[in-house]
Design a binder for this molecule. Structure first.
Ligand code: FAD
Length: 535
């Protein structure tokens, strides 16, 4: 299909978690023509498809935008890594594969805050529609959707010890964090099919690629949305030195993610008027909240030296064991190469005023000095935790007219007393888990921060010096019921016709969990809304 200069019904910008869903669902109707434009390339790198490969993609120069925050004042002015996928599948192609939806209460609160149609009862059918649950369908889960959801390939002795420790401190065993309730300890489920990653591209886009009414353009950086007055009528993109344009007869749908979508809106003239004028962008619409309200989960990690050499560190340090690991994976799709970024874990309530879990814990049978670094040379494992509903708020704003220049990302992590207290409680929780006999028996030593770090002030200092993102930036073009929210609850940009934003940026508040599954759900729901509104 000839794309440049052509007219489509829908143009979807960004082939990430949300964009792949929308391109696939909208093109189910053979009467409409859909164009999907992605800045990155094809998802042919083998490390995308081997689950543990996310370690190789964390700083990949081509497949990853490798954003960083501005210096974070409460984190010792450190710049915090914000990896984002730049490839078909977007961040779902480089993420840690955990399948976690959040809490029913998250969505009920969205609805109570004015996002009509987004209560848990409203969104559950879309979670189910997206899902092919390995255990089969039930009230909570779908059995025949595009996205494969699997159990871990096998139990791990350290995970068993961790789960027992959780039960010792009063948590219940929970084999389904996405079922009736989230709280408790157990193994995570993952977006995987028989040991291979299920990204939004493999689940949704690739099965739709042969459709004649779907055009996919890769390696094309969208530079702006084109407006006719207050109506979005197309987009422009760049490939090398060439600038191309296509027209959208019905809608432009931005799915460029929580960092890309607000930047693209600002460069197209939609944002805070004063800021746009300073930048030199002609103002199309004064939308002061575009780029504001950025939220993320901040992760703190405790590293332990293990008594027994049963960690991924041990396997990768020994050529013979590494060969065995590769063979087991090739033959049975089991073992360390299938390890997701949390193998076991749990959802705990640490604050006396919280009715639902406020802290997520992740247990991984490997360790390293910091995310993206090489594995430690000793037998090590990591327990990390994050506050599920942070109160710190940040922003994403374009700083240059050149769309290839990264925007300024400010998370303002730990800028509230509530969040500082939460991070101390999270570290204290990890230590109390580690102190339980089932787990302490596996621990030779707490390696970082080490037991000489004691007391709330010292734990907070440790968090300031080492905390990282859990990679869930969201809410920068939030939907809401009141006019100050950039999007209405049907994800239409207020004040502009023919333009929606459907991706992590549209969340009104970050969910209490990982973000891939809820973003896929949002895109499933958006596809229905777009089709309904076209009638
Ligand atoms: C390292 C890492 C680990 C994670 N682990 C997990 C996990 O275990 N479980 C989980 O649920 N979530 C996890 N997440 C988060 C989750 O993957 C993301 O929240 C989700 O994929 C975001 O979906 P999205 O559609 O909003 O954006 P993305 O999937 O990031 O898609 C945006 C797409 O738009 C493209 N784009 C951006 N700007 C432009 C432009 N100007 N022109 C053209 N294309 C553009 C991008 O290249 C990208 O493909 C992780 C994320 C990362 C980075």
């Amino acid at each position: 299909m000839d794309v440049a200069g052509a007219r489509f019904d829908y143009i979807v910008v960004g082939a990430g978690s949300a964009g792949c869903v929308l391109a696939a669902r909208l093109s189910e109707d053979s009467r409409v023509r859909v164009l999907l434009i992605e800045a990155g390339g094809k998802d042919s790198n083998p490390w995308i498809h081997v689950p543990l490969g996310y370690g190789k993609l964390f700083t990949h120069p081509k497949l990853n935008w490798r954003f960083e925050t501005e210096p974070e004042p409460e984190l010792g002015n450190r710049r915090i890594a914000q990896p984002r996928g730049r490839v078909l599948g977007g961040s779902s192609a480089i993420n840690g594969l955990l399948y976690v939806r959040g809490q029913a209460q998250d969505f009920d609160q969205w609805a109570q805050a004015g996002c009509t149609g987004w209560s848990h009862d409203d969104v559950l059918p879309y979670f189910r529609r997206s899902e092919r649950q390995v255990r089969g369908a039930d009230r909570w889960h779908g059995g025949d959707g595009p996205l494969d959801v699997s159990d871990q390939s096998e139990p791990h002795p350290f995970c068993e010890a961790f789960i027992a420790a959780g039960e010792n401190i009063g948590a219940r065993r929970n084999d389904d964090f996405n079922g009736a309730t989230q709280d408790g300890v157990g193994y995570y489920q993952t977006t995987m099919r028989r040991g291979r990653r299920a990204s939004a591209a493999t689940a949704y886009l690739h099965p739709a690629r042969s459709r004649r009414n779907l055009a996919v353009v890769t390696d094309a950086l969208v530079t702006r949305v084109v407006f006719d007055g207050l109506r979005a009528v197309g987009v422009e993109w760049r490939v090398g030195a060439g600038v191309f344009r296509a027209d959208a007869m019905r809608e432009v749908v931005l799915c460029a993610g929580a960092i890309g979508s607000p930047q693209l809106l600002e460069l197209s003239g939609v944002g805070q008027a004063e800021r746009l004028r300073t930048l030199g962008v002609p103002v199309v619409l004064d939308a002061p909240q575009v780029g504001e309200n950025l939220q993320d989960h901040l992760q703190v990690r405790v590293v332990f030296k293990a008594r027994r050499p049963l960690t991924v560190n041990d396997e990768l340090a020994n050529p013979l064991r590494m060969a065995r690991m590769a063979l087991r994976y090739a033959l049975f799709r089991k073992g360390s190469l299938t390890v997701s970024a949390g193998y076991a874990g749990g959802f705990f309530t640490t604050s006396p005023v919280s009715d639902t879990p406020d802290t997520q814990v992740l247990f991984i049978p490997f360790s390293m000095a910091k995310s993206g670094a090489r594995l430690d040379r000793f037998s090590g494992f990591t327990i990390s935790a994050c506050q599920l509903r942070p109160t710190s708020r940040g922003s994403v704003h374009a700083v240059s007219l050149d769309p290839a220049t990264p925007p300024a990302i400010r998370l303002n992590y730990l800028s509230t007393a509530t969040d500082r207290l939460a991070v101390v409680r999270a570290l204290t929780l990890i230590r109390s888990l580690a102190a339980q006999p089932s787990l302490s028996g596996e621990i030779a030593k707490e390696h970082a921060p080490g037991l000489d770090t004691q007391g709330d002030a010292a734990l907070l200092d440790y968090a300031r010096a080492t905390a990282s993102s859990l990679y869930h930036p969201t809410c920068t073009v939030r939907m809401g019921g009141s006019p100050d929210a950039p999007l209405d609850p049907r994800l239409r940009l207020r004040g502009i016709d023919g333009l929606r934003v459907v991706d992590g940026s549209a969340m009104p508040d970050v969910v209490s969990g990982n973000t891939n599954a809820p973003i896929i759900m949002m895109a499933e729901k958006a596809a229905d809304m777009i089709r309904e509104d076209a009638r």
